[in-house]
Every structure is written in structure tokens, then in C-alpha cells.
Design a protein around this ligand. Sequence first.
Ligand SMILES: *Cc1c(COP(=O)(O)O)cnc(C)c1O
Length: 428
Amino acid sequence: MILKAEEFQNNLEYARFMDDIDSLFSIRHRFQIPEKDGKQIIYFCGNSLGLKPASTAYLMDKELKKWGDLAVDGHFAEEDPWFSYSEDNRASLARIVGAKMQEVIPMNSLTVNLHLLMISFYKPTKERYKIIMEGGAFPSDQYAMETQVRMHGLNPEEVIIELHPREGEYTLREEDIFNTIEEHGESLALVMMAGVHYYTGQYYPLREITEKAHKVGALCGFDLAHATGNLPLELHDWNVDFACWCSYKYLNSGPGAVGVAFVHEKWANDPDVFRLGGWWGNDPKTRFKMEKGFLPAKGAQSWQMSNAPVFNMIGLKASMDIFDTVAMADLRKKSIALTNYLYFLLNDLTKFGFKIITPENPNQRGAQLSLLFKDKGKELFDYLTENGVVMDWREPNVIRIAPVPLYNTFEEVYTFAKLVENYFNQEN
Ligand SMILES: *Cc1c(COP(=O)(O)O)cnc(C)c1O
């Protein structure tokens, strides 16, 4: 596959050639591509809600039938018993994020998991109480941090250190992240950041951030909502303490689908790390004895409280069936080519008055590009929508587009750029 920008060509034949040589192209057929006026739309919104795998409905139906036919006996059905549903997707999830199976667990939803993990890993003391996070974080993360800090009777203004881009810049400089960690050194309890920033699309150097945080004696956790399924991760080897993400963005598990938590085995197997208890987090050996005394199981599953939301898990299963067929390195290779191509085509059009604020360096971004407009942004957005493109608008003036390597094509990227060009040409 051709990766170098200087070899990219701005024509349809070239885009189709790229699709022809794309070894992952056929995976697109495993998804339902929405249509508008009988034509497939260009869906560049997989960073917000992934497309529906074609198999989800069948799998869902099968479980509905099981419920109808077997009722409570479905828990121990011969085929896919509900009892073990919380175990089923762990191996697939672990591979996607570079973890051991025992370190990941699908449960609850993202923000809930963030709170549960903060309860375990944010333990402020008089000396060590600060949290470093990215500025302009996703609102849920901001609220979670703020209220966690308040729960300890502390003042968020004094505790939360936000990282902001320098004057006139849009994304963080890596050295500024590292220096801030060092600067707060002994007063730092936790670095808790996004993996990929939802607004700018910047991918942070997670391994180095973790290393620096540990070096000053702090813990390090990540919200990987925009990173999981988007980029290859190595959470175990990077020694990340904990992480959480949702499965409805790049993981295509359906609206509001189940969240996932990662806890590094050094903590996950330590019964002295405090976690809130529930029967599903208890050691399975004593879970059904119904006795007093919470005994956490080994592994991240000990953070589970409830039995698995089966229908939610099926959405995840349908998606994992697809991910299981792809090496993350191959997916990333295609993703870089696809988004580099988009960057190459759009860069030529920035003369019409917008800026690509996502880093140009593919090592500092995933699939998404964010376009910042001076004006006409909303008009362009409406024009593109009218012409069958689905993307997302973020106030005050950003369009986010994410060509997803599992199902988007080079031809779609080309067609999208042509539409942008047409819009500005008819304007002038
Ligand atoms: C999508 C997203 C969320 C959404 O949280 P839910 O609990 O799933 O509603 C939170 N944080 C970040 C960074 C996100 O990208």
C-alpha cells in the first residue's frame, strides 16, 4: 500500500486504484452502510457512532428467541449461556488494546467506569493530591474529575491542572505535557487524560506520559474513547495503571453500548486495592454462597458489580467478530493511508479559509481530522449533508471527519474532498 503523500494523486482513478489494492476492502461488506435517496451515504462519523455490523440483528434475534424459549434456563443454555457473557469478549478486547485478558472487562458505560476507577486510583493525600488532565476535555470527563475531587472535600480549582496549547496553537506540545508533569512532581497524584482528544483529534504519547507520571510517583490513567479500535495500543507493556472507553465509537457496538475498563494486572490482582463491591466482582468460588464479606476476584472483573447486560454484549460480540479478523497493525496502516490521503486533498483547499487543526504527523493522530472555519463552516456542513455526507459539527466552528479504516474507502475520501471543492468554487 502506498503511504507517501508525494505519491498521492488527486483523481478518481487513483482513489479507486487504492481501493483495489486495499486488502481490508471487503470488511466494508460486513457493515450496513446507510442510504439517502437510494445511494450509499459517505459516513465519516464513526468517531461518534460506529456503523452497525450486518450480523448484529441476527445475533440479537437469536438471544431474544433464547429468552422466549428458555427463560431463566438461558443462563445455562448449551450454546452461549448468558452466565458467561461477561467473559466472552475479553480476549478480543484485550488484543485490541494490547492487554492481558484478565486486565479488561466490559461493563457499565464509560463515565460510570471512569468514576469507579477514580475511586480506586485517585487517593489524594495532603502532599499528593493534584490531577493533570487535558484542557477542553470531553464534558463528561471534566464533570467526573470535578466531582471526584469534591467527593474528597477538595477544591477542583486547586487540584486540577489543565494542559492547554500555547498561544496561537491548537494542540499540545509533547514537551509541555512532560514538563507540567515534572513541575508538579511530588504534589501530583494522577495524570488522567484522553488518549485521542475528541475535538482536535490529537493522539497523545501515552507510553511516555505514563513513564513520566510514574517517574514522579504519580499514577496514570486514560480515557480511550477516541483511541480504542482507532489505533493500536499496548496498555500492558506501557504500564498504564487503568483506562476506560466506550464501545459505540470505533468499536461499532451500537448506541449506548457497554463500556470497557482496563486495570493493569499489578493492581487488578491486588485485593488491597479498594474497589466498590458487587456480586459479579466477587471471587466466583464464593459468589453463590451468598455469605458476608466481599472477596474480590482476580483481574479487572473484580470491578464488575452486576451480571452482564446480555443484549448490550451482543452488540459488542458482533463487532468483535469483525475485529477478530484484522491485525491492528494492518488496520492502522490503512488508517494512516486513508487519513493521509484526506489530509493531502484537503490541504490544497485550505486556501478557501479553513485550517486543519489536527496534527499533520500521522503519529500524532488517528483517523479523525478536525477542520476549523473562520466562517462558512456551517454553510459547508449543510451543503455536505445535503449531498449525502454524515460528519459532525462542534460548536463554535469545527467539522470533525473520521474515515474509518474498517468501512470507509479512498473513493469516499476523494468524493468528499471534491464536494468541499465544489462548494467553495460555486461560492466564489
Ligand atoms: C464519547 C465520550 C464519552 C461519553 O461517555 P458515556 O459515558 O459513554 O456517555 C466520555 N468521554 C469521552 C472522552 C468521550 O469521547
